[in-house]
Design a protein around this ligand. Sequence first.
Ligand code: SAH
Length: 254
Amino acid sequence: MAHRIGIISALKEEQQGLVEAMRGTATLSHGNRDYTAGLLWNMDAVCVLSRIGKVAAAMTATILIERFNVSHIVFTGVAGSAHPGVRVGDIVIADHLVQYDMDASPLFPPYEVPLTGISHFAADATFSSQLNIAAHQFVSADFEKSLGSAEKGEFALNNVRIHRGLIGSGDQFVSSKDQLRRLAESLPGLLAVEMEGAAVAQVCSEFGIPIAVLRTISDNANEDAATDFMRFVQKIASPYTFSIIKNLMLGLQK
Ligand code: SAH
C-alpha cells in the first residue's frame, strides 16, 4: 500500500511551516479543523491541528483515517518532562502510550481502557525507528543551524538527547511537583506527560494504523510549567518539528 502520512499537532506553533512546505495542496475544513493534503517533500501527507486534549485528538485521528485514508499517523508536539533525566529541549519518542487518567477500577485494572484489555498502547516499532533516525539527523546535523544562539542560550539547550519510552496522556496540564510525583510513582518508566498522544494511539490501535509520537520537552511539569511552556512553544517548538518531519519524509522514500 502506498504511504500517506497523517501529521497531527495540537497547536499551530508545533507545526509551523509544514503546510507552507507542501506542494499541490487542497484544504478541507471539517468538524472545526483544517486538513491540508498534498506533497510534503514528495511524500503524500495530510497536516492537521487537533487542538488540545484527548477527545480533540481522537476525533482528528479518526477523520484522518476514515476520510483521508492515511496509512500512518505521526504526532509531533511538546510535553512536560516526567523524569529527572529528561531535560527541556530533549526529545522523547514513545514506545508505549498510556491514558494516565483512565481508571475504571475495580471493574478493570487502573489505566486499562475498558473492553480493550490494553493500558499501554504500543507505537509502531518500524515507523518509530524511522522517526528516531529522523530525530538523530536533526540533533547531529540540523540543530546547530536551525536554532539561533540566543534561543539556545535562553533555554540552555546543549547536548540534546533523544529518549525512547513511555508517554502519559491526560486531560490535564501537569503543573505541580506533587501531581507529577504521583504519576511517576504509579507508572514506572514514564518519561513525559502531554494531553493527546495516547488518545491517538488508541484510535490507531482500533483501526490497525501504525502510529509514532515525538515530543520535544517544553517544561518540567512543575509550578513553572505554564511560563516555560509558553516561551518554549513560541520560540523553539517549530524548528524541531520542521526538521524532524522533513528528515522523516525524505527517509521514508529511501
Ligand atoms: N495555556 C496553553 C495550554 C497548553 S496545554 C494555551 O492556552 O495554549 C499544553 C499542550 O502542550 C498540550 O497540547 C500538551 O500535549 C502539551 N504539554 C506540554 N507540557 C505539558 C504539561 N506539563 N502537561 C500536560 N501537557 C503538556
